[in-house]
Design a protein around this ligand. Structure first.
Ligand SMILES: *Cc1c(COP(=O)(O)O)cnc(C)c1O
Length: 361
């Protein structure tokens, strides 16, 4: 077996023990006589799998009882529409912070459903920081305030949970969920595509406070209506069975092998610091994200010379460092160092960066 260090932004690296356990259970799950992939979702054995996945996620994240956990499909991108369809009444309005390209996509999609306003933007500096905003900036009567908590392409992250008072805070946490503890009670709704930090693609997790459920517009597709999906325990139709199973194993790995999210955070901060400390100690590479808002999940940097960036990515791949190229809309390099990226992988990358800098000065 030969596994590379995979720095992809998503689908991304998964914990090796999870892959190994899944492999051992691939052909026959337990004594069911079949693979999880072949199972009807309306069987006690699958109901146990999805139920345990939810229970473990609740335990790991400390999700309060007055929140529903939904396992949906359509990616975070469907929630760009799902959020306004469910939370923005006809004739209502909502506020958005535009802190990166995904935040912008969410904002633009919401425009189809009503009046939305950008109350904070970092576009003036290519989204290299998180703009300040507070209760006073919120439009009176706003149905919610939407933020993209960790900006996957740009490598920035909110340094604290914004205070929106009584207005529900809705957060796209696709690339930072489970990276550290978050106080879920500070949010009205959290959504995240699984393929960054939870499991394979095909699964989207929505964590939503009870009082925000049941107000969807009439035209909302049933599979996108939080109430219908909550009432049917995410099984109105066939759920992404296998992705939920793998995500469940990842949640158990976090709890049983890592020891919870506080421990995970300590590992993640140490990993990110390996990269940032090196970046700060030299001048060959530039790290565009402002220090106060640096992401511990996605680390962006560039040399300032596009050809050299290309050469870096090519030589890195030859050395077993895969998918280090920055998002096509941003350029440069991006190291996505999600939970499953081992510390050795980050150290290996830093050593490679030093060598490359020495050879190309
Ligand atoms: C990856 C990503 C998305 C898009 O997710 P899909 O599951 O591909 O729709 C949206 N927001 C953020 C923050 C992301 O990292």
């Amino acid at each position: 077996m030969s596994r590379v260090y995979n720095f992809a932004a998503g689908p991304a690296v998964l914990p090796l023990p999870v892959l190994q356990r899944a492999a051992s259970e691939l052909v026959e799950y337990g004594s069911s006589g079949m693979s999880v992939m072949e199972m009807s979702h309306r069987t006690p054995v699958y109901e146990e799998i999805i139920g345990r996945a939810e229970k473990t996620l609740r335990e790991v994240m400390g999700i309060p009882d007055n929140y529903k956990v939904l396992f949906l499909q359509g990616g975070a991108t469907l929630q760009f529409a799902g959020v306004p369809m469910n939370l923005l009444p006809e004739g209502g309005h909502a506020d958005y912070a535009v802190t990166g390209q995904f935040a912008k996509k969410a904002f633009d999609e919401a425009k189809k459903y009503g009046e939305v306003k950008c109350i904070a933007s970092s576009e003036d500096k290519k989204h290299t920081y998180i703009p300040k905003f507070g209760r006073g900036d919120i439009t009176p009567g706003a149905a919610y305030v939407h933020v993209c908590f960790n900006n996957t392409m740009e490598g920035t992250c909110f340094d604290k949970i914004p205070d929106t008072g009584d207005v529900p805070l809705v957060a796209d946490m696709s690339s930072c969920i489970l990276s550290r503890p978050y106080d879920v009670s500070k949010f009205g709704l959290i959504y995240a595509g699984a393929q960054k930090n939870m499991g394979p693609s095909g699964l989207t997790v929505v964590i939503v406070r009870d009082d925000l459920i049941g107000k969807a517009r009439k035209i909302t597709p049933s599979v996108a209506d939080y109430k219908t999906m909550a009432d049917n325990e995410s099984m109105l139709n066939t759920p992404p069975c296998y992705s939920i199973y793998i995500a469940g194993l990842v949640f158990e790995w976090l709890r049983d092998q890592i020891g919870g999210l506080a421990k995970m955070e300590a590992v993640n901060v140490a990993k990110a610091n390996l990269l940032y400390d090196y970046l700060d100690s030299q001048t060959f590479y530039k790290a565009p994200a402002e220090k106060a808002f640096r992401s511990i999940m996605n680390v962006t940097y560039f040399t300032g010379d596009e050809e050299l960036d290309k050469k870096f990515c090519k030589q890195a791949a030859a050395a077993g460092i895969e998918n280090i190229k920055g998002h096509r809309a941003v350029g440069g390099m991006r190291a996505s160092i999600y939970n499953a990226m081992p510390t050795e992988g980050v150290q290996y990358l830093v050593d490679f960066m030093k060598k490359f800098a020495g050879e190309n000065k």
